[in-house]
Design a protein around this ligand. Structure first.
Ligand SMILES: [Zn+2]
Length: 174
């Protein structure tokens, strides 16, 4: 394990790869860690998003660490020095990432027990959900990493799919 700060540390995760875990009980509303990264233009962000999508199609998986920051910039957090990137997605998360004056902070959504894995909703768009299966294990898991307000849509698509109809006409960049 590797200590990130007083609140959390990195450990092997049952969800996926490495994850962030509470080092001690964390109260709802606590600011846990900043999500840091490289400030990039929207154009650069699109390029990187495309590259990640190609990688996902080649290898069957790729994680997206890019957050929308404001109208002009996004933040790419895919760096060793950003331990918050290791925080896994959950369909029933205990944390959320909040944009405060163009800085991103992870807050506890509820009281979290010591050793609990931290998670937030990655908020991925439904457009390429097949690239991002979800193994969060929560009772409400949608099966894929898709943001909360699109999960009923996802359910309908999966139903249609199981009826043998085509799923998505064409993938497009994020
Ligand atoms: Zn899930």
């Amino acid at each position: 394990m590797r200590k990130v700060n007083q609140h959390c540390e990195v450990r092997e995760s049952p969800i996926h790869g490495k994850g962030l875990f509470a080092r001690r009980a964390i109260r709802a509303g606590t600011r846990i860690v900043e999500y840091v990264g490289e400030l990039i233009s929207k154009e650069e962000s699109t390029q990187r998003g495309l590259a990640l999508m190609e990688q996902a199609q080649r290898t069957g998986g790729a994680s997206v660490y890019i957050f929308e920051l404001n109208d002009n910039h996004d933040l790419d957090g895919n760096f060793e020095w950003n331990p918050a990137r290791l925080c896994n997605h959950s369909c029933d998360p205990n944390c959320e990432v909040v944009n405060e004056d163009d800085r991103l902070f992870m807050y506890a959504l509820r009281d979290i027990s010591k050793s609990e894995e931290l998670s937030f909703d990655y908020g991925y768009d439904i457009a390429h959900f097949l690239d991002h299966p979800c193994r969060c294990g929560s009772a409400s898991c949608a099966g894929y990493i898709v943001r909360a307000d699109q999960r009923s849509k996802l359910k309908r698509r999966l139903q249609r799919r199981s009826n043998g109809k085509s799923l998505i006409a064409r993938k497009k960049p994020r």
